[in-house]
Design a protein around this ligand. Structure first.
Ligand code: LMR
Length: 398
């Protein structure tokens, strides 16, 4: 049975964790996976989450099956976070939200649903994009192509190229867009550009799929939802996958959501019925614990305020690490422009390091980065910053 099974390559991101764990060097640093570590190099358990968890454990609730789309306390909280508590969309019952297994799981159930609705579509992802986007939509049965996005000359977005690519897509093409903190480049669209992208999607009858894995890591919870609001204003149907892995530091709980904006309550009801079939045949219904913690924190005025403060702390620490890295690189490699390090937003910096330079970082210094040159700034701290900056400067010097 297995004689002809080939050995698959390691995952380009999560595979780095396996290699990192096996590396015996004490000075090793994992800048691969997109995970926030605190100043001590630990994944934090947020105090707001801990309080909610302790209360939950005290209540010792039974663990029955959940609704296929997840509990209303959770899906409602997701909707208020993404669309705003006062959004008429919610009152009109036009949005469908289902709990997902992290952002990845939300993308996948969205992909599976779209395959039933627009089976002939092509999915477009940005060039470059998160490594798993292509795999998820190909696994759902779609051909996947790329649209122009990143401009290596400026370190920003090639907006003219992006718009031209969007304008050339066939109607009903699916466009995957990073709502904020673009992964891997950290180069985001401005508000005015989002408005134009939304209008281009309207004109071209495209199906936007916003991936929102880092809400709160650029400017704040509401500011980072700006892209969602521009699509709402455009008045077309669209998909949003969202995740609490990063902003609640709940990676292993796999807590995310898929939200679908439809044209009417009736449409929403029919779309939800189909989405439930997709979920039922994948994993039946979602797990309880992580989503309950998120719902509890967001339902409590006190815990929600504490969570936003903790999220702000993560954001500020990442900014400080960006400043620190930029200063050190500028001092070590005079004449080279490192302003991109502080201009990019979110967890990542797209360094421009070549695959060979990334390999040298790993083999010579025990520093792990994604082959594309993406490093996770949120894994830097006062103890490893000098070492990482010196190593990057050394491989840049050749
Ligand atoms: C990343 O890009 O590193 C994260 O989103 C984690 C993952 O699942 O790849």
């Amino acid at each position: 049975l297995f004689a002809a099974v080939e050995l698959a390559p390691r995952d380009p991101i999560l595979g780095l964790n396996e290699a990192f764990a096996a590396d015996p060097r004490p000075q090793k640093v994992n800048l691969g996976v997109g995970v926030y570590y605190d100043e001590e190099g630990r994944i934090p358990l947020l105090a707001s989450v801990k309080t909610a968890e302790e209360a939950r454990v005290r209540q010792a609730k039974p663990r029955g099956y959940q609704p296929i789309e997840g509990p209303a306390a959770y899906t409602g909280a997701v909707q208020r976070l993404l669309f705003g508590a006062d959004s008429p969309l919610l009152a009109e019952g036009r949005v469908v939200t289902a709990q997902g297994l992290g952002g990845t799981g939300a993308l996948r159930i969205g992909g599976d649903l779209l395959r039933r609705i627009v089976p002939e579509a092509t999915v477009y992802i940005s060039d470059p994009s998160w490594e798993n986007h292509r795999g998820i939509f190909e696994a759902a049965g779609f051909p996947v192509r790329t649209y122009r996005y990143y401009d290596p000359a400026t370190g920003g977005v090639d907006f003219a190229g992006m718009k031209a690519a969007l304008a050339a897509m066939a109607p009903r093409s699916i466009v995957v867009l990073h709502a904020c903190c673009h992964n891997p480049t950290g180069a985001d669209l401005t508000e005015a550009q989002w408005q134009e992208v939304a209008q281009t999607c309207v004109a071209g009858e495209l199906v936007p799929f916003l991936d929102m894995a880092y809400q709160g890591f650029a400017e704040g919870i509401d500011a980072d939802a700006a892209a969602v609001h521009h699509f709402l204003a455009a008045g077309i149907p669209f998909f949003v996958s969202s995740s609490f892995s990063k902003n609640f530091s709940l990676y292993g709980e796999r807590v995310g959501a898929l939200s679908i904006v439809t044209g009417s309550r009736d449409e929403a009801e029919r779309v939800l019925s189909q989405l439930k079939r997709v979920i039922r045949t994948n994993y039946s219904n979602p797990p309880t614990h992580g989503a309950a913690l998120v719902a509890d924190v967001l339902a409590s005025g006190e815990l929600r305020a504490q969570w936003e403060e903790e999220l702000g702390g993560m954001r500020r620490r990442i900014r400080a690490m960006r400043e620190g890295l930029r200063q050190r690189l500028e001092a070590a490699v005079p004449g080279k422009d490192f302003s991109f390090v502080t201009e990019q937003r979110g967890m990542f910096s797209y360094t421009g390091l070549t695959p060979e330079q990334v390999e040298r970082l790993k083999s010579e210094y025990g520093i792990y980065a994604v082959r594309s040159g993406r490093i996770c700034i949120a894994a830097l701290n006062a103890r490893n910053l000098d070492y990482v900056a010196e190593a990057i400067a050394a491989v840049l010097r050749g």
